[in-house]
Design a protein around this ligand. Structure first.
Ligand SMILES: [Zn+2]
Length: 166
C-alpha cells in the first residue's frame, strides 16, 4: 500500500462585472455558481490538482508541474479532470491500482456542501473508480488569514494506491 499527499491553492480572480464572461469556479470538475472564479493557467481546479499530486506522490512519479508544465500552451485553460485522468493512467502504467482518495477543501465562500456529491462522482469517474472510493469534505478557515478574507482557497488530498506484491 502506498500513500501520497497533495496540496494546492489558488487565488480568486477579480469579480466578474455584470453581463461579462469571467472565470468560472470549477472544483472537482463541477462548475459552482459564484461571483468569481480562481486564477490559473488551467481551469484552476484546485481539487483535481491536489488529487493529481497525491496520486503521483503515492506512485513516486513526481508532481503535476513536472507532468503538465504551466508554461505549456497545451494546458492553457485545460480541463483539470482530464489532466487527473492522464496522471491516473501513468500511475496505472506504473503498476498501481487506485484504492481511495480523501480530500479537504478549505474555502470561506461559497458554500460547497451542495456540490460535494457531484464532485465525488466526477473525480471518481476520472480515476475509473466508484464514488465510494473518493471522499471530499469542505470547511471554512473560521475567518482567519488569506482564506478567511476570501482571497483564495486551499485543498489537501491524500491518495492510497495498491501495488501487486506490496
Ligand atoms: Zn492548481
Amino acid at each position: 500500500m502506498r500513500v501520497g499527499i497533495g496540496y494546492d491553492s489558488h487565488a480568486f480572480a477579480p469579480k466578474t462585472p455584470k453581463g461579462k464572461k469571467g472565470r468560472k469556479l470549477i472544483l472537482g470538475g463541477v462548475e459552482i455558481p459564484h461571483d468569481r472564479g480562481l486564477k490559473g493557467h488551467s481551469d484552476a481546479d484546485a481539487v483535481a490538482h491536489a488529487i493529481t499530486d497525491a496520486l503521483l506522490g503515492a506512485a513516486g512519479l513526481g508532481d503535476i508541474g513536472r507532468m503538465f508544465p504551466n508554461d505549456d500552451p497545451r494546458w492553457k485553460d485545460a480541463n483539470s479532470l482530464h489532466l487527473l485522468n492522464l496522471a491516473f493512467l501513468k500511475v496505472v502504467e506504473a503498476g498501481f491500482q487506485f484504492v481511495h482518495a480523501d480530500v479537504t477543501i478549505i474555502a470561506e465562500r461559497p458554500k460547497l456542501a451542495p456540490h460535494i456529491d457531484a464532485m465525488e462522482a466526477k473525480v471518481a469517474e476520472a480515476v475509473l473508480a466508484g464514488a465510494a472510493h473518493v471522499s471530499i469534505k469542505a470547511k471554512t478557515n473560521e475567518g482567519m488569514g488569506w482564506i478567511g478574507r476570501g482571497e483564495g482557497i486551499a485543498v489537501f488530498a491524500v491518495a492510497t494506491l495498491a501495488k501487486h506484491g506490496d
